[in-house]
Design a protein around this ligand. Structure first.
Ligand SMILES: Cc1cc2nc3c(=O)[nH]c(=O)nc-3n(C[C@H](O)[C@H](O)[C@H](O)COP(=O)(O)OP(=O)(O)OC[C@H]3O[C@@H](n4cnc5c(N)ncnc54)[C@H](O)[C@@H]3O)c2cc1C
Ligand SMILES: NC(=O)c1ccc[n+]([C@@H]2O[C@H](COP(=O)([O-])OP(=O)(O)OC[C@H]3O[C@@H](n4cnc5c(N)ncnc54)[C@H](O)[C@@H]3O)[C@@H](O)[C@H]2O)c1
Length: 489
């Protein structure tokens, strides 16, 4: 039955979920505990961005790169290795392990009743009904979990043709190229640029601002640039004027980028391919979301978003995960899916609305970049009395032992409350430091309480203690332990 010809509603459901990534699948799992009358619609792969083209394959590539880097850089330890990188094997492992992760997600989806799943691209029509394939669906509640996709500026896709790569396609490479440009020094650009560089690809990383990883604390940003540029060729503060491809004498196709470098000089880069990592855009503009009464701001973010549940004002519409462009990270998509699924089925015993998580972001380059809680500009804007506790990892005991001694941690402490407002770091084990900071901020632990916990010796986390002591030293609140000489060792 073609809905366009008959205009007849083909299903009436209590809950319709559009998009079956991490957010949509979590919402479905939760909501189906109380209602049988549910449908989930997805376009393309059912194995999520995270497992298939996001978090997992990128970390698999980074894992191979870390092995290569250690093997190639152990001379100072008296360990000499002749390192050979087999690009085909590197990519084969990335794909095999990625497929294994994606397979678990597929198994879950396969266990759901067939009549509750629709493969196809959904659109919401002027009547607020969902059109997909030949169906016209009326839903009491609609959860939108349509994710995001790579943003490619201007007409770069046409100009670069087959030399253009995005995070959607990069993990399908069957071998490593000889050279590549990466445009964008955000999370994706940094992780991929460093990983490919460590695997022997000649990489140049471009960014229009003199900033990496979106860092908003200028000292941490400068330190990150310093640490990363020991091994990576970065053209920061550069302006890309033109991109294109050319056919070479031997009939191979290569890419070029004409740019103005930070000194204002015109330059040309040439190489095999270009990874465009200039940000992602939420996929809701073509959906017809306005037909449900949802308004978007100038950045395509839904107005009146309840950050606990994704509900839009008092509409029976929920926008969750990357689709709402609030915090486009995996744990947020997962939590929002769970909460929206709970909210639409409140009678369920397992229903639970999670409080919104405090901001936490980790970029898995080395040294890692992490930010937690309020950023420095946000703190300054809030006019809170704050101090910044600092520690350098350049001479920190365990970091030096391990040969990973490049980094800086700033902890922003609130002068009035003895609590942590936020932290920003580039350095070894930043992922663990960031999680401890997140626990402290979420549970409103005081600096004193944190300093009363044991810090094992010798650990990189002793650096965290030094920064906490530095916060406490600058506070009006008296601190309980004097800094000892051996703390630096
Ligand atoms: C390379 C990369 C690395 C990343 N690494 C990390 C990391 O290390 N840590 C981290 O926290 N986050 C990371 N992220 C971000 C994380 O992957 C995302 O935040 C998360 O996967 C978003 O989940 P989601 O459910 O919102 O969207 P998705 O998983 O993208 O699901 C959306 C689904 O909706 C479908 N869809 C879209 N429009 C329609 C429509 N009209 N009709 C039907 N279906 C539709 C899509 O096809 C898709 O299947 C990374 C992302 C990338 C790209
Ligand atoms: N480890 C992680 O948690 C992780 C890893 C990868 C992706 N992600 C998620 O994916 C999202 C998207 O990542 P992303 O790196 O694509 O986006 P991003 O917004 O983090 O970074 C984009 C970068 O591209 C630069 N840029 C934009 N246009 C440009 C141009 N024309 N020329 C030169 N530079 C330009 C920007 O200045 C910015 O530095 C992240 O915000 C994050 O939520 C997270």
């Amino acid at each position: 039955m073609g809905q366009s010809s008959t205009n007849q509603i083909t299903r009436k459901v209590s809950v319709a979920i559009i998009g079956a990534g991490t957010a949509g699948q979590n919402a479905f799992r939760q909501a189906q505990k109380t209602t049988e009358n549910i449908v989930i619609i997805n376009d393309g792969i059912w194995t999520t961005t995270c497992a298939t083209i996001g978090c997992m394959p990128s970390k698999l590539l980074i894992a191979a790169a870390a092995r290569a880097h250690e093997a190639k850089n152990s001379d100072e330890f008296g360990v000499h290795a002749d390192v050979q990188i087999d690009g085909k094997q590197v990519m084969a492992r990335v794909q095999a392990e990625r497929n294994r992760f994606a397979g678990f997600v597929q198994d879950q989806v396969d266990s759901w009743p067939e009549d509750k799943k629709i493969s196809g691209r959904a659109h919401i029509n002027k009547q607020g009904l969902i059109e997909v394939n030949d169906e016209l669906i009326a839903a009491d509640k609609i959860i939108v979990a349509t994710g995001s996709s790579p943003f490619i500026p201007d007409d770069w896709a046409d100009k670069l043709g087959e030399t253009l790569i995005t995070s959607d396609t990069v993990f399908e490479l069957t071998d490593l190229p000889t050279s590549m440009a990466v445009i964008g020094a955000g999370a994706i650009g940094l992780e991929l640029a460093q990983a490919f560089n460590r695997l022997g690809v000649e990489v140049t990383l471009f960014n229009r601002a003199n900033r990496v990883g979106g860092l908003q604390d200028e000292s941490i940003n400068q330190k990150a640039i310093e640490c990363l540029s020991y091994e990576l060729n970065m053209q920061l503060n550069s302006e890309i004027k033109e991109v294109g491809k050319q056919t070479n004498a031997n009939d191979t196709v290569s890419a070029f980028i004409d740019y103005q470098d930070s000194a204002g000089q015109s330059q040309r880069w040439q190489g095999d391919c270009v990874i465009v990592a200039t940000g992602r855009r939420n996929s809701i503009d073509q959906l017809g979301i306005e037909n449900l009464g949802v308004e978007l701001d100038d950045k395509n973010r839904p107005k009146n978003l309840n950050i606990n549940t994704g509900q839009i004002g008092d509409l029976e519409v929920y926008i969750i995960g990357d689709a709402n462009a609030h915090i486009p990270l995996l744990h947020v998509a997962s939590d929002e899916g769970f909460s929206a699924g709970s909210e639409v089925c409140r009678d369920n015993v397992g229903a639970y609305i999670r409080p919104p998580a405090i901001p936490l972001s980790i970029i898995f380059c080395e040294p890692q970049i992490a930010t937690v809680g309020m950023s420095l500009p946000e703190i300054k804007q809030s006019e809170r009395q704050h101090v910044t506790g600092k520690v350098s990892f350049d001479n920190q005991g365990r970091s030096r032992i391990m040969g990973v001694n490049c980094g800086l941690l700033h902890i922003y402490g609130c002068k009035e409350t003895d609590k942590i407002l936020g932290a920003s770091m580039v350095g070894p084990d930043a992922e663990y430091v960031a999680h401890i900071m997140a626990v402290a901020i979420t549970n409103e632990l005081s600096i004193k309480a944190l300093l009363d916990t044991p810090f094992y010796h010798p650990t990189i986390l002793e650096g965290l203690r030094s920064a906490l002591r530095d916060v406490q030293k600058q506070m009006a609140i008296p601190f309980q332990t004097e800094k000892k000489k051996q703390d630096g060792f």
